[in-house]
Design a binder for this molecule. Structure first.
Ligand SMILES: Nc1ccn([C@@H]2O[C@H](COP(=O)(O)OP(=O)(O)OP(=O)(O)O)[C@@H](O)[C@H]2O)c(=O)n1
Ligand SMILES: C[C@](O)(CO)[C@H](O)COP(=O)(O)O
Length: 232
């Protein structure tokens, strides 16, 4: 069985502020992306890895992954879901040299601390399901509000914080992304489970890890440095 990790890294990291895109920022001794790629390279059930990059980041990418055995990078698009779809199409278009993957794990390149356990768990979940995502329960009290005033308290027992990897049987997610591409009648798509949900495909929840937080802001990068040092 071919299990491919599709690592999306074509964003601009605007919430991080000025400087190199966050996926190429140095975290400890290595670029963020290199940490992430190594986590998947070290997993015995991952067959290969492809990274989706921004068209202006080729040099940054080549430097960050120098010496790592990866599939050729794919140029992404203006939105995360477009980058994913372009990555999936590239994986589909590898015949006759290589058959498409059986399973694909779509992962944010800026979640470097993905765990071996979570990678294995989302892969295994696909034995019984077409889709499975890493997620974490909600521990805070969640409010709705309008004009700065609370309008209610949301039942947090039904809420989960979606993470990545988000794992799919490859034909399922390829068809789903193709089906929703360009549809203006759907709510904004911020993860790949949303694409599957839009088509009524059941998505299993798999326990993720608090360590697998997404690096979005400067504060997250500082948190990641502390995590790497073992200070949290
Ligand atoms: N057009 C895009 C947008 C995002 N991503 C990737 O999707 C992941 C999660 O997205 P996010 O954290 O929002 O990254 P950015 O879009 O770069 O951040 P911002 O919204 O702050 O610009 C990141 O690894 C990012 O590189 C992508 O491949 N293509
Ligand atoms: C895919 C994701 O990381 C799951 O939580 C999240 O949806 C990315 O959202 P962003 O708006 O691109 O940061």
């Amino acid at each position: 069985m071919r299990v491919t990790a599709l690592i999306v890294c074509a964003g601009r990291g605007t919430r991080m502020g000025p400087g190199a895109p966050k996926q190429y920022r140095v975290l400890g001794p290595l670029p963020v992306l290199r940490h992430t790629a190594i986590a998947f390279l070290n997993h015995s059930r991952i067959s290969d890895i492809a990274v989706v990059i921004h068209k202006e980041d080729r040099a940054l990418y080549e430097e960050a992954v120098r010496g790592l055995r990866l599939l050729p990078p794919v140029i992404g698009g203006a939105t995360r879901d477009e980058s994913v779809r372009l990555g999936l199409e590239a994986l589909a278009d590898t015949a006759p040299d290589r058959a498409p993957p059986d399973r694909v794990l779509i992962h944010d390149g800026v979640r470097p601390f993905v765990t071996e356990e979570t990678i294995g768990a989302v892969i295994s979940a696909l034995d019984e399901a077409e889709a499975a995502i890493a997620a974490m329960p909600v521990f805070d009290t969640i409010k709705s509000a309008a004009d700065g005033t609370v309008t209610g308290t949301i039942d947090r027992s039904i809420l989960w914080r979606a993470q990545t990897p988000q794992a799919f049987r490859f034909p399922t997610i390829l068809a789903a992304h193709r089906a929703v591409a360009g549809r203006g009648d759907l709510p904004p798509v911020t993860d790949d489970a949303s694409v599957a949900e839009a088509l009524g495909i059941p998505v299993r929840i798999v326990q993720g890890s608090e360590d697998a937080f997404k690096i979005t802001t400067e504060a997250d990068l500082r948190r990641a440095e502390r995590h790497l040092r073992g200070d949290e």
